[in-house]
Design a protein around this ligand. Structure first.
Ligand code: AMP
Length: 279
């Protein structure tokens, strides 16, 4: 496994690969867990080599506190990556990426950016677009792997690739969960014992909402979920929405031709957790 911190060195290595070598790319912010590894394993199967980037991108954090507290576990990340036979790891510094000018490019994602997370995390998706576009330019991946855990992000990246005619195929990967259903996340390690114990309630409620969606209208399902969370003092619901998978617009009337997904954001103490389920 080769580890590069400099853009020039990783580019040099990629340029030296035999023509036609397919590159699978998995961008991450580190603090790796089995969810990340599932993306890497899929990338391994579908490509000649796999590149993983580890970069805590400052421009996608709307709260400085979250950036400062983001878990940093580079040594265990590298041993996990070795254990799944990752070929190349790219670990740039913020200076290497942003050249002392830590600002986002501004994007138009045709409105995808204004829904859900966009309402609560100002500038987040401009930050995501900025870093992912830059990483695509550096790594030139054949296929790039993103988790459905961050479904809105996945759709936004698809939009960015389409609008900017970037030559990489975006692959969405299923959400990897703990045995009790909690979606794996680097933030889970920061939950208190009590919050960790109650957190599986989020996915349990999503699964019940999916069932309810079969027999009730969307507004009834939304009210039911909001009510469930009111009974749960340790969890604070930020939003629950049912939206069209393509446009991410909130559902008005159920159209059997459309695909819908339920999206949720919840505070467990100070830790913000997100999840979603296809309906
Ligand atoms: P992060 O390091 O949290 O920015 O995540 C890097 C990539 O891993 C993103 O594409 C995430 O959507 C994906 N990811 C994170 N957690 C999971 C999970 N539990 N299941 C599937 N993909 C995930």
């Amino acid at each position: 496994m080769l580890v590069f911190a400099k853009i020039k060195s990783v580019q040099q290595k990629i340029k030296s690969l035999k023509k036609g070598t397919s590159i699978g790319f998995v961008p991450t912010m580190g603090a790796l867990h089995k969810g990340h590894l599932s993306l890497i394993e899929q990338a391994k199967k579908e490509n000649d080599i796999v590149v993983v980037s580890i970069f805590i991108n400052p421009t996608q954090f709307n709260k400085q506190e979250d950036l400062v507290n983001y878990p940093k576990t580079i040594d265990s990340d590298l041993s996990l990556l070795k254990s799944v036979y990752c070929d190349i790891v790219f670990t740039p510094s913020a200076e290497e990426i942003y050249n002392n000018n830590i600002i986002s490019q501004l994007f138009n994602f045709d409105g995808l950016e204004h829904q859900m997370e966009g309402k609560f995390r100002d500038g987040h998706f401009d930050g995501v677009g900025t870093i992912v576009k830059r990483l695509f330019e550096i790594v030139t991946p054949t296929k790039s792997y993103f988790g459905e855990k961050d479904f809105q992000q996945l759709q936004i990246i698809r939009k960015m690739v389409e609008k900017n005619q970037i030559h990489t195929k975006i692959i969405g990967c299923e959400i990897y969960r703990e045995d009790d259903g909690l979606a794996m996340s680097s933030r889970n390690s920061r939950l208190t014992k009590e919050h960790r114990a109650i957190a599986p309630f989020i996915y349990k409620t999503l699964k019940k909402a999916k069932k309810e969606f079969g027999i009730k209208n969307a507004q009834e399902v939304i009210s039911w979920v909001e009510n469930e969370f009111k009974k749960q003092p340790l969890l604070e619901l930020e939003y629950f929405e049912i939206a069209d998978e393509e446009t991410l617009h909130p559902i008005k009337n159920k159209d059997p031709k459309q695909k819908y997904r339920a999206f949720i954001a919840v505070f467990a103490g100070k830790i913000r957790l997100i999840d979603n389920i296809s309906l």
